[in-house]
Design a binder for this molecule. Structure first.
Ligand code: NAD
Length: 251
């Protein structure tokens, strides 16, 4: 019987310095994976490494910006120094400025698409061949509820997250016979530094009201779904996007 075990393999987590990425990295390490913490924020990534080591886990830091073309290759190299690569969580992302499509500057548009979407291409093109060489593995990409519906003022983010869902499907089909599974997780709003940066009390309450459960998700609740998909327990799951949205999409 396959279990939730993720031991005896290395795992790459981008954006591991805080929020969802941090929670995923800590849960993977607690379950035995050796984790590469990829983040552009060195202090944040090193704090997570300290936390994982204090709990008896194994982690390495890679300070990198996921908009660089070679971050994926570098992350695979660091991972395989610890253990064969079996898991990659492409999580780093930004919400971007809130503005109508017609008022988005080209610079902001390309930055949001680059971090939220292009980075999955540059990540997976290194991660998937490395996993296939070991007989298989699991990629989990962070989409969003905004990868399934639109939202006024967030066109670049919405475009990128719909792209994450599509890229996940195609990559899964291309690799179904190689043993590499590719899935996405689409959270509703999650209480993380990303949300803290862009909300005041009124706008936070407005976000809460979108969720029938009457609250936002915690990063740990999203991490549970991510680690399930990354584990052998999800052996027949590929090409799909999994909602963690407190009922948002059920209305
Ligand atoms: P966060 O802002 O709390 O943390 C993001 C982490 O990624 C930070 O450590 C940051 O330093 C790192 N990062 C950002 N840009 C980077 C870059 N270019 N290179 C390397 N590292 C970079 O974000 P979060 O809320 O934890 O979101 C994580 C993912 O989940 C994102 O893809 C986001 O779109 C998605 N998501 C978040 C929510 C939410 O409500 N928070 C909802 C749905 C989906």
């Amino acid at each position: 019987m396959a279990t939730y075990d993720v031991a005896h393999r290395s795992a790459i987590v981008s954006g591991a310095g805080m929020g969802i990425g941090r929670a995923v990295a800590e849960l993977l390490a607690a379950n035995g994976a050796s984790v590469v913490l990829v983040d552009r924020d060195r202090a944040a990534a090193e704090a997570v490494r300290g936390e994982i080591r204090a709990q008896g886990g194994t982690a390495a830091v890679l300070v990198a910006d996921v908009t660089s073309s070679d971050w994926g290759t570098e992350a695979v190299r660091v991972a395989e120094e610890m253990a064969p690569l079996g898991i990659a969580i492409n999580n780093a992302g930004i919400s971007g400025p809130s503005a109508p499509l017609t008022q988005y500057t080209p610079e902001d548009w390309h930055r949001v698409i680059s971090i939220n979407l292009d980075s999955l291409y540059t990540g997976m093109r290194a991660q998937i061949p490395a996993m296939a060489a070991h007989g298989g593995g699991a990629v989990v990409n962070l989409a969003s509820i905004l990868g399934t519906v639109g939202q006024a003022g967030a066109s670049a983010y919405v475009t990128a997250k719909h792209g994450v869902v599509g890229m996940t499907k195609s990559a899964a089909l291309e690799n179904a016979a190689t043993g590499v599974r590719v899935n996405a997780v689409a959270p509703g709003y999650v209480h993380t530094p990303m949300i803290e940066k862009v909300t005041n009390a009124a706008s936070y309450a407005a976000l809460v009201s979108l969720h029938p459960m009457g609250r936002l998700a915690s990063a740990e609740e999203v991490a549970q779904m991510v680690v399930f998909l990354a584990s052998d327990a999800a052996g027949f799951v590929t090409g799909s996007t999994h909602l963690v949205d407190g009922g948002y999409s059920a209305r």
